[in-house]
Design a protein around this ligand. Structure first.
Ligand code: KIV
Length: 263
C-alpha cells in the first residue's frame, strides 16, 4: 500500500491487509521486499529498541530519527509514525512542530492515541495535508491511567465509549484506526460501523487489517507470549544459535578458514 487511498480501497473491497512495526533501516529493507502492506514506526521502539519499560519514554527526537532510518529502507511502503507521549497535549504549536518533524523524516501519516480532546487537533492536522491514523482500546501512552495492559471495552459503558470515540476520530478525519486489545465482537461492531478501515492488534478476526510488533512476530521476545501473538519465526533461538556457533568456531579455530583470508 502506497497511499491512504489504498487503505480505503481495501475496506471497500473487503481485502484484509497487514502492518508491522519497524524501527531501523536494515529491517525496513526486508519489509520493503515482503508482501506486508504497510509500516508503523511505533513508539513501542522505546521498549523494543531502547529497553525502556513503556512507551512514555519515546521522544520526538527518537521518533524522527527512527522514522528517517525506516524511510531510507522502506521503498514505496506507506509509513505511519507515532506521535509520542504528550506531544498532542501541549498545545497546537508543539503538536504541529512534531507532526512536521515526523513528516519531514519520511512518514506519510501520523498516529494519535485516544479521541478525548483530540478532535480539533486531528481536524487541523488533516486540513494541513497530513493523514492521521487513530488508536483506541489499549492505548499504551495511558498505561498508568488504564491500570496496566488490560483488555479494554469489556463493560457496556467501555464498549459504548470506544464506539463513540471511533466515530469522533472518523468524523475528525482519521483515515484508519488501530484497535488494540479489545474483544473480538466489539472490534467487529466498530469495523462494521465505520467507513474507514480498522487495524487490530489483540482485537480478533473481524478488523480490516492486522498489526504486530515486528520483533514479537519474529519471535525475538521469548518472555512475551500474549494470547493474541503468533510468532512467525524463532528469531531469538536462531540468533542465539548463530552467535553460539560463531563463538565456538572462533574458539575451536574452525572459523575463519584459509579461504576467508586475503592473499
Ligand atoms: O507503538 C506500537 O507498536 C503500536 C502498535 C502496538 C499498534 O502502536
Amino acid at each position: 500500500m502506497k497511499t491512504i487511498l489504498d487503505f480505503a480501497h481495501k475496506k471497500v473491497k473487503k481485502e484484509k491487509f497487514s502492518m508491522v512495526t519497524c524501527y531501523d533501516y536494515g529491517m525496513a529493507k526486508i519489509v520493503a521486499e515482503s508482501k506486508v502492506d504497510t509500516i508503523l514506526v511505533g513508539d513501542s521502539l522505546a521498549q523494543v529498541i531502547h529497553g525502556f519499560p513503556n512507551t512514555l519514554h519515546a521522544t520526538i527526537e527518537m521518533m524522527a530519527l527512527h522514522t528517517a532510518a525506516v524511510a531510507r529502507g522502506a521503498g514505496n511502503k506507506f509509513i505511519v509514525a507515532d506521535m509520542p507521549f504528550m506531544s498532542t497535549r501541549k498545545g497546537l504549536e508543539t503538536a504541529m512542530n512534531d507532526v512536521q518533524k515526523l513528516m519531514v523524516a519520511g512518514a506519510h501519516a501520523v498516529k494519535i492515541e485516544n479521541a478525548d480532546g483530540h478532535a480539533e487537533l486531528i481536524k487541523h492536522i488533516v486540513e494541513s495535508g497530513v493523514p492521521v491514523m487513530g488508536h483506541l482500546g489499549l492505548t499504551p501512552q495511558s498505561i498508568h491511567q488504564l491500570g496496566g495492559p488490560k483488555i479494554q471495552g469489556r463493560s457496556q459503558s467501555g464498549a459504548e465509549k470506544l464506539m463513540n470515540d471511533a466515530f469522533i476520530m472518523e468524523q475528525a478525519g482519521c483515515f484508519s484506526i488501530v484497535l488494540e486489545l479489545i474483544p473480538t465482537v466489539l472490534a467487529g461492531k466498530v469495523t462494521e460501523a465505520l467507513k474507514i478501515p480498522t487495524i487490530g492488534i489483540g482485537a480478533g478476526v473481524e478488523t480490516d487489517g492486522q498489526v504486530l510488533v515486528l520483533n514479537d512476530m519474529l519471535g525475538m521476545s521469548p518472555d512475551f507470549n500474549p494470547k493474541f501473538l503468533k510468532k512467525f519465526s524463532q528469531a531469538h533461538d536462531n540468533t542465539l544459535a548463530a552467535l553460539n556457533l560463531y563463538a565456538s568456531e572462533v574458539s575451536d579455530k574452525s572459523f575463519p578458514k584459509p579461504e576467508n583470508g586475503y592473499e
